[in-house]
Write a protein that binds this ligand. Structure first.
Ligand code: NAP
Length: 534
């Protein structure tokens, strides 16, 4: 703690996921004192909580990793093309050990309030353990997908069996052997969890409200040869990744051609090639899939054809075929998802027209039918991007509550600072590429930007940094305009907040990592002229 200062530490960092860990490392490396606060018992963030079976990252491990320390990226050995949760959590723990990060954090502690004192120019943060800590800077590294969303079904507390949410999975795991299990939700988490749960369960019933597009991950062991060749030129590999629209895909051949210019044979062959390549990159099989409905429909029809081929029962196949825009909700990747429905003990119930009415002591009721279960798994997603920030009850300058300021949707400048909340930063916040890009790359970019900005401001003798209202308004317009050139606003996704009842419908992420990077560089080159300092 800093001595002779009217505050406890220079900065409070909320969260010990990849964002909070790196923020803490870089701040302390530059001589700032900082206190981290983390609700979990250890580091890892999303990878600490998401221990559901089948959980793995959909960005390749050689890219979903830190690049700030060459020794770290050279020495760490990934075992798979896409790392699973356990391996990523091991990596997070390794980073915490190597850089001695745990000593800066209080674990098992949640922030329950953060208030800015205009006179003293300090943030005062209170916790559920009764502590109050003061700091010049408040840095929210609370993650994009960390506040779970469980629908408020009537009768929730009546159910006598066990319930779990994929994003809050017990450390000791769940034994599904021989059990009658329900999974509600078929987004990325449900689609990953369903195949391994089916392998154990006596009977599995999946409740699907919206069919999702999923591409086989084609996961496989990472060969030494592949790993070593990337490590031999890791900087170039990272630089290529950062030039990609979502900050990953360094070695990936994006096809910029239009699907509309291709012959039927070329289309089929290209989609087949990208399907076999696997995962999220299927969206890049043609250059216009994310911007033209007509083009997108070709990709949709290809995936529907695959579902028809894989799923033996035509009625089940029909139910699994999405009729939405491919990639509008986040494209899922899987290991044997559609195949799972060929097992006689796996059932699919469409709740799109007849929603789940209620839970009762034995299970749940939909369309007047009672289904009995031992276990219900909620794979029902998150109050994304804003949920974890707003939960902290942040009150800024002149008593302005963040929840009031963001009542119509989050507004900020660069996704980093919001006017009226001096010296408060959000890492990978709404308004930045956030969940539309490789999050570790985005985290490093933000943590480095924030540190450089604080150092610059301190060197000039300023005590406060603020986002300017005009810049903020223009930034939000830019974020909306960029989204309007894509197909993202055409469905009820969590990118829009549409999955949480009552949440304002605003497209939150900035589309296009390379342009965002250029903007940040320009802001630095212009000596942060668009910020307000005092
Ligand atoms: P999600 O994409 O929001 O999916 C939630 C699912 O629950 C949807 O199918 C949704 O249906 C359903 N649902 C919600 N409320 C319901 C209700 N009342 N009745 C029936 N169904 C309901 O959440 P997620 O699967 O946890 O994924 C969230 C994000 O986390 C992903 O998009 C991805 O960015 C990230 N993630 C990544 C990975 C990976 O790296 N591979 C893995 C897991 C998660 P509707 O579609 O109709 O709303």
């Amino acid at each position: 703690m800093t001595v002779n200062n009217p505050y406890d530490v220079d900065a409070i960092v909320v969260g010990a996921g990849f964002g909070g860990m790196y923020m803490m490392h870089i701040l302390t490396k530059h001589g700032y004192s900082a206190q981290g606060i983390e609700r979990a018992s250890d580091v890892g963030g999303t990878w600490y909580w998401n221990r559901y079976p089948g959980c793995q990252c959909d960005v390749e491990s050689m890219e979903y990793s830190y690049q700030f320390d060459d020794d770290l990226q050279q020495k760490w050995e990934w075992t798979k093309r896409y790392a699973g949760q356990a391996e990523i959590l091991k990596y997070a723990n390794h980073v915490a050990d190597e850089f001695k990060l745990r000593r800066h954090f209080m674990f098992n502690t949640s922030v329950d309030g953060a208030t800015y004192d205009d006179d003293r120019e300090i943030w005062s943060v209170s916790t559920d353990t009764g502590k109050t800590i003061t700091a010049r800077f408040l840095i929210m590294a609370t993650g994009c997908l960390s506040t779970t969303n469980i629908p408020d079904f009537p009768g929730m507390s009546d159910f006598k069996g066990d319930t779990y949410h994929t994003g809050n999975w017990p450390k000791e795991g769940v034994d599904f052997s021989g059990k009658k299990v329900a999974v509600i939700g078929t987004g990325s988490s449900g689609i990953q969890a369903i195949p391994p749960i089916a392998q154990q369960a006596g009977e599995l019933t999946v409740f699907q409200r919206t069919a999702a597009y999923s591409i086989p991950a084609q996961n496989r062991p990472l060969t030494d040869e592949k790993q070593n060749s990337i490590k031999a030129n890791y900087d170039e590999f990272r630089a290529r990744g950062a030039m990609s629209p979502a900050a990953f895909g360094a070695d990936f051949a994006f096809n910029m051609g239009s699907v509309l210019d291709a012959t039927p044979e070329e289309r089929q062959a290209t989609f087949e090639e990208f399907w076999n390549y696997g995962g999220f990159n299927f969206l890049a099989s043609f250059g216009d899939l994310s911007s033209s409905l007509e083009a997108n429909e070709f990709a949709c029809e290809f995936v529907r054809g695959k579902i028809r081929e894989i799923v033996k029962d035509p009625a089940t196949a029909e139910m699994l075929m999405p009729d939405t825009v491919l990639g509008c909700k986040r494209l899922c990747s899987d290991d044997g998802y559609y195949e799972t429905f060929n097992s006689p003990h796996v059932h699919l119930v469409d709740v799109s027209e007849h929603p789940i009415e209620r839970l009762n002591d034995k299970g749940l009721v939909t369309n007047g039918t009672e289904y009995k279960f031992d276990i219900i798994v909620f794979a029902t997603g998150y109050d994304a991007l804003t949920g974890s920030i707003l939960k902290c009850n942040i009150v800024g300058s002149k008593g302005l509550a963040l929840k009031d300021k963001w009542a119509a949707g989050p507004s900020n400048y660069l996704g980093l600072m919001t006017t009226g909340f001096p010296n408060m930063f959000t890492i990978t916040g709404p308004g930045s590429p956030s969940a539309l890009a490789n999050l570790i790359t985005g985290i490093e970019q933000h943590a480095e930007f924030i540190t450089t900005l604080i150092k610059w401001s301190d060197a000039k003798g300023h005590t406060t940094i603020q986002a300017d209202q005009l810049q903020e308004d223009q930034w939000i317009e830019t974020v909306n305009t960029r989204a309007s050139h894509t197909l993202y606003p055409t469905c009820n996704s969590w990118y829009l907040g549409a999955n949480v009842p009552g949440k304002p419908r605003v497209f939150m992420p900035y589309v296009g990592f390379p342009d965002y990077s250029k903007k940040l560089k320009q802001v630095v080159a212009d000596d942060y002229a668009e910020f307000t300092f005092a």
